[in-house]
Design a binder for this molecule. Structure first.
Ligand code: DC
Length: 227
């Protein structure tokens, strides 16, 4: 292989660790597509909310999934998310959708459906795919695996700043802790680093420092003969 065309970079980690920023910057730098898999779970959660389906009703969710289409359109400003052909990009960031996304994602049938979709999206390579299980389940053979972590307090603080201090800092930290608890402890593909992932704890790093560290890693990987 040559150049960056076939490269698959997996970036996993908890909410607020800076995955989207790092993935977006990497994608721009190396000419890769950035695919945010969290946005897919969010879009599905939005549909469940709209249809009045409880996030613990596994059978109804599975049925709903069979009649749902979700697509991502990477743009320089981030992913556009299409739910059944409609642009729901802004709506999937609502706090209620955020919690519901974490709740629907515990169901094995929903995860299998999403993983299939995500493998199709990334099968030609040339992607930075970010999520929770990309390096462990979706692309266990990814060329580069990064697990981006940070303390809950640091992640809460970043989210607080990003939100323009719109929501109370304590509420943001509580939401992050709840999602951590669910995402890390679910039975099916819980959030954890792949054995061969590079774990970066960004608690005491700026996102600039993280970006340059990851860029160096990708550059080094691309220099390996046979790629
Ligand atoms: O990355 P995000 O915050 O947009 O993700 C929203 C939720 O979706 C997250 O709390 C857990 C779930 N998710 C997942 O289970 N697996 C992924 N690959 C991506 C997201």
């Amino acid at each position: 292989m040559s150049g960056t065309r076939r490269l698959i970079v997996a970036i996993d980690g908890p909410a607020g660790a800076g995955k989207s920023t790092v993935a977006g910057r990497l994608a721009a730098h190396f000419g890769l597509l950035n695919l945010e898999t969290g946005a897919m779970y969010r879009a599905f959660a939005l549909k469940a909310i709209e249809k009045g389906i409880a996030t613990d009703d596994a059978a109804a969710l599975e049925k709903l999934a069979a009649e749902t289409s979700i697509a991502l359109q990477p743009t320089p400003a981030g992913n556009r998310v299409l739910l059944d052909g409609n642009d729901v990009t802004a709506r999937v960031r609502d706090a209620a959708v955020t919690q519901a996304a974490s709740q629907v994602s515990v169901h094995p049938a929903i995860r299998r459906w999403m993983v299939d979709l995500q493998r199709k999206l990334g099968e030609n390579g040339g992607v930075v795919m970010e999520g929770r299980d990309i390096g462990t389940v979706v692309f266990p053979d990814a060329d580069i695996k990064i697990f981006l972590d940070a303390s809950p307090e640091a992640r809460g603080e970043r989210r607080y700043e990003q939100s323009g201090k719109a929501a109370p800092a304590e509420a943001i930290l509580k939401e992050i802790r709840e999602r951590d608890q669910r995402d890390r402890n679910r039975e099916q593909s819980p959030l954890r680093p792949a054995p061969d992932a590079l774990v970066i704890d960004s608690t005491d790093l700026t996102l600039e420092e993280v970006v340059s560290r990851v860029q160096e890693l990708v550059t080094a990987r691309l220099a390996v003969p046979g790629r």
